[in-house]
Design a protein around this ligand. Structure first.
Ligand SMILES: [Fe+2]
Ligand SMILES: [Fe+2]
Length: 361
């Protein structure tokens, strides 16, 4: 199976990094009308058939919140205060600190990188909104339709709250990174509801839980902390939907279908990993006198790179895939080789919020 964006790879040592030229980036961003297949499935069974999904839908109804009214937008986000740790969470301030740059420069770089990261999460939220609309149409049972419809509202709220945060507190929304655009289109274009569910609900929701948790742990601004806490609790429910639905799907799958799902999962995560934040670095690193390729090379050369790099993957997405049986002896080595999987493939245990969402009530 060919790697995603195979024609845009270049190698650093034995690692393949994605580098997409500006012209292609512009073309990808301007492609806003996408022809996607969606099966529309009626059902006449209105009673609950999938109890655990109905319970998740009930949990979702209870967990609703209002992005305009429940969030205290009067809390400031001062530009000259650290709201994330200076080192360890964001790349640019970590490197600049190591290079001896002054506080103001490191702070400016942190501000830029965070606004870039939060903008990418915003675009991802829009994709989730669109995809859940598709799932509402395509899912076979009323329980899944109820649940997907409730997630549509959640994702609309996430788009609302993150875009308001960026507009009101940061002042910039960065355009979507090229790799992310390609991957999100792949999920939206996936031919069946099962593949769409695997792609968005397991892979991307799992990544989102990992990223939001990392920000949440380091965050010292009360407004940002509150927004992240609220969004992450919703995302944990979304990841739980992925697990519950894929458990049934995997149980009924043929060996060929299993292989297809395993390869699809690996290819999406591999491309995300091959980007190595290159899309962000190409936009921001030169502003701080850094060469994007050098930054990637430095990171790849760190002795503890496989452990550091795998952290966000090992948080939720990889252990969840392993528990579903979608990372197997056959595919495990591929994940290890590119630095996505490190240590035990089942990780250290499920995320607490995801675990809570998996409980019946
Ligand atoms: Fe979301
Ligand atoms: Fe979500």
């Amino acid at each position: 199976m060919e790697k995603i964006l195979a024609e845009h790879r270049k190698t650093i040592g034995d690692f393949e990094v994605l580098e997409i030229d500006e012209e292609r980036v512009r073309a990808l961003r301007s492609q806003i009308d996408i022809d996607v297949p969606v099966d529309l499935h009626w059902t006449w069974e209105y009673a609950s058939e999938v109890e655990e999904l109905r319970a998740l839908y009930e949990r979702g109804k209870r967990g609703q919140w209002n992005a305009e009214e429940d969030v205290d937008w009067s809390i400031p986000l001062p530009r000259d205060e650290w709201f994330l740790p200076r080192e360890g969470v964001l790349i640019l301030p970590s490197i600049l600190t190591a290079m001896g740059a002054d506080e103001a420069t490191c702070q400016a770089a942190a501000w830029d990188e965070f606004s870039h990261l939060f903008s990418q999460l915003l675009h991802g939220e829009q994709a989730a909104l669109q995809l859940c609309g598709q799932l509402t149409n395509a899912c076979p049972t009323m329980d899944a339709k109820f649940y997907a419809a409730s997630q549509v509202v959640d994702e609309a709220r996430h788009v609302e709250v993150i875009s308001k945060f960026l507009q009101r507190k940061i002042g910039t929304i960065h355009p979507i990174g090229a790799t992310l655009k390609v991957l999100l289109d792949k999920l939206l274009e996936a031919p069946t509801w099962k593949m769409k569910t695997l792609g968005m609900q397991c892979l991307f929701e799992g990544m989102a839980v990992g990223i939001f948790d990392t920000i949440q742990k380091g965050c010292s601004n009360p407004l940002l902390a509150d927004v992240i806490r609220r969004v992450k609790q919703d995302e944990a429910r979304h990841a739980a939907f992925g697990i519950l639905t894929m458990r049934r799907t995997v149980r009924d799958a043929t060996p060929e279908e299993m292989a297809e799902m395993e390869d699809f999962s690996f290819n999406i995560l591999e491309a995300l990993n091959a980007n190595q934040q290159h899309d962000m670095l190409r936009e921001l690193a030169p502003k701080y006198g850094l060469d994007p390729a050098n930054v990637v090379q430095m990171a790849l050369g760190l002795p503890e790179w496989p452990k550091l790099n795998s952290e966000v993957f090992m948080h939720t997405v990889v252990p969840n895939l392993a528990r579903l049986g979608l990372i197997t002896e056959r595919t495990e080595e591929r994940y290890r080789k590119c630095g996505i999987l490190y240590g035990d493939r089942f990780g250290v245990g499920p995320d607490a919020d995801v675990q809570a969402s998996l409980q019946p009530n």
